[in-house]
Design a protein around this ligand. Sequence first.
Ligand code: AR6
Length: 209
Amino acid sequence: SILSSSRVITTVSSSMAASGGEGAVFNLSDSSLLKILKGDITKWSIGASSDAIVNPANERMLGGGGADGAIHRAAGPQLRAACYEVPEARPGVRCPLGEARITPGFNLPASRVIHTVGPIYDSAVNPKESLTNSYRNSLRVAKENNIRYIAFPAISCGIYGYPFDEAAVIGISTIKEFANDFKEVHFVLFADDIYSVWVNKAKEVLQKA
Ligand code: AR6
């Protein structure tokens, strides 16, 4: 797709087309890319067994609204059953704030789902630290499971109320720490306003591809 000249012009790959078509590409390192795409994360896959999407879940890990609800609907009831089997860290808590857990993707195009719990912006003790932990632990779990392509939504930026610009800087900078561990890291963002914030913050934090 041809974007306005202030943005990065890129060709449409199959994964971009599947997730909406519009995208911007940045270098994380010599051998890895960050792609910021507009679209629906439940449709995302790179077509490899080493791909995973990140689910912005809650501590119970049994589904919810927003992207979590959409991911569970698209994956089918086996996903909820697999989440139910994740051992509780404390009663009712399968994934504590800032941590991450992995399951198969079942009926999703992506092979695996990495569930993480971001902070509720207005009530978290240290929302910045918790959001950083969410990204860092999602990437750690992905790396431990040999994931080479991973797609994030804007964790905490919906129901959990995190300001987009602060969340974008945290997400992009934390991903940069893992530049050598992944071939591609994608953000798949649902709305125009969040997409624009992410592209602008990526221009500040990273080099264009
Ligand atoms: N693809 C990509 N992004 C999406 C999609 C989608 N299909 N659907 C929504 N978004 P949210 P949170 C965007 O609310 O703020 C759930 O109830 C959305 O526009 O999904 O971390 C959980 O169970 C927003 O920009 O997650 C938790 O209780 C971003 O994804 C709670 O919500 C994240 O919004 C988690 O809240």
